[in-house]
Design a protein around this ligand. Sequence first.
Ligand code: AMP
Ligand code: MG
Length: 351
Amino acid sequence: METKLVRIENGDEESEKALQEAARILRTGGLVAFPTETVYGLGANAWDETAAGKIYAAKGRPSDNPLIVHISSIGELKPLVTNIPEVGRRLADAFWPGPLTMIFPKNGRVPDTTTGGLATVAVRMPGDAVARRLIALAGVPVAAPSANLSGRPSPTTAQHVWEDMKGRIEMILDGGPVGIGVESTIVDVSGTVPVLLRPGAVTLEMLKTVAKTVEIDAALGGKPDPDIRPKAPGMKYRHYAPKAELTLVEGEAGAVAAKINQLVKERMASGGRVGIICTEETRGNYPEGLLRSVGKRSQEETIAHNLFAVLRDFDDLQVDCIYSESFSREHLGYAIMNRLTKAAGYRMIYV
Ligand code: AMP
Ligand code: MG
C-alpha cells in the first residue's frame, strides 16, 4: 500500500482538501494517522469492526489491548456509552477538549474489536484542532491508539509515524510536532470512585481539584506483579521502549552523575556504545558517552515534549545501553517517570 504524507497548515485550501480526503478514508474503513496534542494517533472508524481490526494489524498490537475512541464534540459521547456518571460529566466539563481519556460502560453498539473485548469503552475529546476537525468531517467516532509499531516509543512527529507506518496505512496528516509529548491521562469513571489508570498531562493534582477522591490503579505502583492485573490492558506491555537497555539512576544530582559516569566508563571499557539522558541543567556533569538533553528541569513540560524523540534518537544511534537521570513524581513528573520506568523495564539504581 502506498502511504500519502500530507502537511496540514492552518486554514489553507490544500489542507482542507487533504482533511476531507482523510475523513473519506476513515468513513470508508481505511486508516489515517493524525496529530493530537498528546502523541500522533492511528485512526479508524470506531463503529466499523473490520476497520478497527486493521489498526491491530498495522501496529502489530495484541488484540486484547483496547483503543481510545476520539470524539469532536460532547454530543458524540452519548451513543458510545450506557450512561455518563456525574463525575465523568464534571471531569469532561473541566478538561475536555484535552489530554484526558475516560473509561465508561460501553454501549452494545461499540464493537468488541474497538474495546479489546471489554465491557467498557475509553473516550477522549482531543484538544488539537486538526484532530477535532478530522473527526467532525468523518462524521464517525475515531478509534485511535498511538501511531507507532507496538513496543516502540510513541510518535511525536509525523516523521516518527512515517518510520513506523509507511506502506501500512493509507494516509498520514503532518501537523508538525505535538505539544505535550506523552499519552493522555486515563481515568476509569465506570465505578463508584474514579481510578487513575495512566498518568498524563491532566495530572493527579488537577483531577483532585474536580473529583474529590481519585484512587490509583494498583498496577501503577511499580514493577509488574503477576498478581496485579492493570485495569488499562496496555499498561502491562513493555512499552515506550528503546532498543537499547535503559537504566534509570535516582538520587541527588551530584551522586547520580557520579554513578552514571562510573557505569559509562565501565561499559565503554568493554567496548559498548553508551547513551546518557541528562537535562539542560546537568549537561556539564558528563564528560563521556553520547549525551542527549531531554529538556529543562525548571520546565517539566519540555521533558515530556522531548522524551520519546530522545528514545527514538538513541535507536538511530544504535547504542548498546542508556543511562538516564530521574525526575520528581509530582505533577507532570508522574507521567514522565511512568513512561521512563516502563521503558527501562523497571531497571533502577538508587544512589
Ligand atoms: P494508546 O493510545 O496506544 O496509549 O492505547 C490506549 C490505551 O488505553 C491502552 O493503554 C489501553 O489499555 C487503554 N484503554 C483503552 N480502552 C480501555 C478500557 N476500556 N479500559 C481500560 N483501559 C483502556
Ligand atoms: Mg500506545
